[in-house]
Design a protein around this ligand. Sequence first.
Ligand code: ATP
Ligand code: MN
Length: 482
Amino acid sequence: MQRTKIAELLRTERVGTEVLVKGWVKAFRNNQFIALNDGSTPNNLQIVVDFEHMDAALLDRIKYGAAIGARGTLIESQGKGQKVEVKAAEIIVYGDCNPEEFPLQPKKQSLEFLREHAHLRFRTNTFAAIFRTRHALAYAIHKFFNDRGFYYQHTPIITASDAEGAGEMFRVTTLPLDGAPRTEAGEIDFSLDFFKRSTHLTVSGQLEAELAALALGEVYTFGPTFRAENSNTTRHLAEFWMVEPEVAFNDLNDNMNLAEDMLQYVIQYALEHCADDLKILEDRLTEEEKSKPQDQRSEMTLTEKLRFVIDNEFIRLTYTEAIDILKNSAPNKKGKFQYPVEGWGTDLQSEHERYLVEKHFKKPVILTNYPAEIKAFYMRQDEPKEGVPGATVSAMDILFPGIGEIVGGSQREERYDRLVRRMGEMHIPTEELYWYLDTRRFGSCPHAGFGLGFERLVLFVTGMTNIRDVIAFPRYPGNAEF
Ligand code: ATP
Ligand code: MN
């Protein structure tokens, strides 16, 4: 007999038919009612067993966490809380689960505890909801780009260019750690390494995506990226997934429109397709908020926050305007910022970004035209502008409530001479990046793109507060378990 998934059964409610379901026991009440979940939906299916006519030894194996199958008739439920249930004719135990040894308990367990048991946390309602939602968001991203004619490109994970400066890199090598071969000058002899040169894990697929965009027009990447930055925060991972669209003939404004459309589209998609999971996550968040002092609680529920992002246009303003607001803000004047905002030119800290989004505008914000000094070499140089004290580039960062930066992007410098001059100023080796510069020598054109940190998006949509809870097996300083 064919197994039916619980999601399908609950949707079609084919009362009177014989069914076989398989899943994990979520609860077993009164030796009679099993709550069964198979992952296809957050909703459990109730299995009613006739305990008086069932083998006592088998009955005893129906424990929280055990994998079982149930064959029986789908009937209208007598009880409250569900429309249909299965009247079991047969129970099969596939895998026992000894409650004395199983680390998970059928009660609320802390996120910290579950992080230490990340191999089992999929089994909890919260994490099952997170990972179903994560899938839906990934699919929505592909759908968004595919439906607009973008081509999905796979850029290398091992890279020889360490020039980009997006972050500290992890080295990739086959050379022995002790006694690595040395050159006569005493340096490590990478000519004996696998690739005959020094290589690293990529921090971004952007440079390669640009090459593709200058032929295919509209492309995007969606892959793992790695940063060995020692930032032990709730928003940084050492291994994270980045979505990087790159579009020929787009300028900064087109780039912002694309990013805003994409974010609103995927959030709308989640609201439409993950309602049951978002309900679980919303209830979790509401519960968590209750433990906070009144004045720190969010005024909005999770779905209200998501709707809010869809229903409101993002505020767009320049870095220079933002600095003005921050300089004159109450927390800055009262010395409440950990990093006081002194003047034009400094990089914005997360506390500043969050002030702008959560307190000042109360909307997602796109900041543009940052000082060239604090941005990457490939960003397009702006013309000098009245009232702007220094050189700026056509950069844009999108800031979200509770997250800070979720997207970072720019129009790229397409003018060969300008690009080479900037690389010189920033000590970026032009010989190593000859292939990148070639795009500016042969048929260069204006183009723009951005990077969306996928886990930061998942963080926002699920209402979780620690990025380590939205990727199954997080990598961060001191942790590469599982
Ligand atoms: P931040 O200032 O928050 O460290 P960044 O300026 O280093 O971010 P970019 O290099 O512009 O970020 O990367 C593009 C996007 O990738 C960011 O907007 C963010 O969403 C995401 N991102 C960057 N670093 C990380 C990280 N360590 N873990 C998870 N996501 C990240
Ligand atoms: Mn960073």
